[in-house]
Design a protein around this ligand. Structure first.
Ligand code: CA
Length: 227
């Protein structure tokens, strides 16, 4: 298997390089996003291991650029707690992600698994189970009582952000920044509209999670719901 590692941190790159070579992969390391794109588009790689935080181009944009022209598998390296980064990475077409710091063996196992997968949509995907809600982060689906709920990408991003911040009061501005991004020019009432959509689509019977309105502030996610 030929692996391209796009990572600016020399220490991390060395660990990945060593682990992949020991596993019998051929490896090339590129420290910049620009170099990574050029190398990946040159072809011949089975897998790109892509750091999200690169000095020149955001890893998400690197992923998008690679994805636009090749179907090479992409494994993202993301920082812990950066749920929105993972979501952005997967949105940009990454096949899987590994959270830093990671064990080299885990990385190699993920790389092997990706190389065997026939297609981008056939991930094993561990659901987040909350009450009757089964949330599949990679498939980006919510299954409730066996029914697949059709959420738009934005609704799903919003749901993931809420789910990963249980019990916290999230202001409309926080939600806007994380789910819509800094460049969003619309008003904060879009958050209310989307929370409304989620409440409509995901029934909340006792024991299920709930999106609670915090009057005048924003919203809080209650994983078990309120009695
Ligand atoms: Ca980095």
């Amino acid at each position: 298997m030929r692996v391209l590692v796009v990572e600016d941190d020399a220490g991390v790159a060395r660990v990945v390089d060593y682990a992949c070579r020991r596993a019998g992969f051929q490896v090339k390391v590129e420290p910049t996003g620009r170099g990574g794109i050029a190398e990946a588009l040159g072809g011949g790689y089975d897998l790109v291991i892509l750091d999200l935080g690169l000095p020149d181009i955001d890893g998400v944009d690197v992923c998008r650029a690679i994805r636009a022209v090749t179907d090479v598998r992409v494994l993202m390296l993301t920082a812990r707690d950066a749920v929105e980064d993972r979501v952005r990475g997967l949105d940009a077409g990454a096949d899987d992600y590994v959270v830093k710091p990671f064990a080299a063996d885990e990385l190699v196992a993920r790389a092997r698994a990706l190389s065997r997968r026939p297609g981008y949509l056939s991930h094993p995907d561990q659901p987040i189970i909350l009450g009757k809600w089964n949330i599949f982060p990679l498939r980006r689906e919510v299954v409730v009582d066996g029914d697949v709920k059709a959420l738009t990408p934005r609704e799903f991003d919003l749901l993931l952000y809420l789910v990963h911040n249980p019990g916290l009061t999230l202001t409309r501005d926080m939600i806007l920044d994380r789910v819509w991004g800094w460049g969003f020019g619309g008003g904060s009432n879009v958050v209310d509209v989307y929370v409304g959509y989620l409440r409509q689509k995901l029934p909340s019977t006792p024991g299920d999670p709930q999106i609670v309105t915090v009057r005048g502030v924003g919203y809080a996610f209650k994983p078990q719901g309120s009695p």
